[in-house]
Design a protein around this ligand. Sequence first.
Ligand SMILES: Nc1ncnc2c1ncn2[C@@H]1O[C@H](COP(=O)(O)OP(=O)(O)OP(=O)(O)O)[C@@H](O)[C@H]1O
Ligand SMILES: [Mg+2]
Length: 260
Amino acid sequence: MIEVRIMLELRQICKRYSSISVVTDVSFVARPGEITGYLGPNGSGKSTTMKIITGLIEPSSGQVLFEGRPIQDDPMGFRRSMGYVPEEPYLYTHLSGIEYLQMVAQLRDMDPARSKERIRGLLQLFGIYGDRDVPMSSYSKGMRQKVLLSAALMHNPSLVLLDEPFSGLDVGTSLILRSLIEELARRGKVVLFSSHELETVERISSHVVILHKGKVVADDTVANLRVFMQLPSLEGIFAQLAIEQDFVAISCEIADLIHA
Ligand SMILES: Nc1ncnc2c1ncn2[C@@H]1O[C@H](COP(=O)(O)OP(=O)(O)OP(=O)(O)O)[C@@H](O)[C@H]1O
Ligand SMILES: [Mg+2]
């Protein structure tokens, strides 16, 4: 039997702010060659766990392991192996797209000639090469997202963490990204991405982890969840596990409220 090496492992991650728990006992593994879809309602703890995986914030307890070792054992090495698209970017918007990417390449200690070539190629392939010298303050949301994707991928990371990566992308670019995520997994990378677009998640994920109020309520393939829960779609499964409100009643209440 071929042993599948576990690449990314979260062990009982908890995060508390003051005494409030926002993430409780989150454990799962994401493997090379697989796409892990990370789902949950607003405020369920997805971005918090993503930031804990990157080392940006410390968990209150629990461990993140990469290739079997706690990430804090070799933070620099881990950072070089990882590409991360944050949900809320703090881009240096006075810089142009190309200046920002050059800065990221320098911080990562990439070979200057190689990074120059990759940055040029990525900007061309994402269709923003013509705007490379314009300050990012005048970029549209989608253009900024393309810069963030380029920054996350240009050093060929083995772990790809994408927090709502489709946010702001047009239809054509979303199709490119969907296909790119699949290609990265085929090339053996560990891919973890969060999204509210269940159709995309259902289509490309090898398995899904669903969070609800900071806890894992499902960790399985979509196919298995369909069978276990006797529901035909990920949307139905998600609704059963993670949605409590009556959306029709709430929508009517909102309309009544503003109409009164
Ligand atoms: N710095 C902080 N201080 C206090 N509470 C925080 C902090 N950061 C996040 N939280 C809380 O943690 C919870 C989880 O937030 P998080 O951003 O991880 O959710 P999410 O699943 O990514 O949601 P969304 O789908 O809206 O992006 C929220 O209730 C949020 O208010
Ligand atoms: Mg989030």
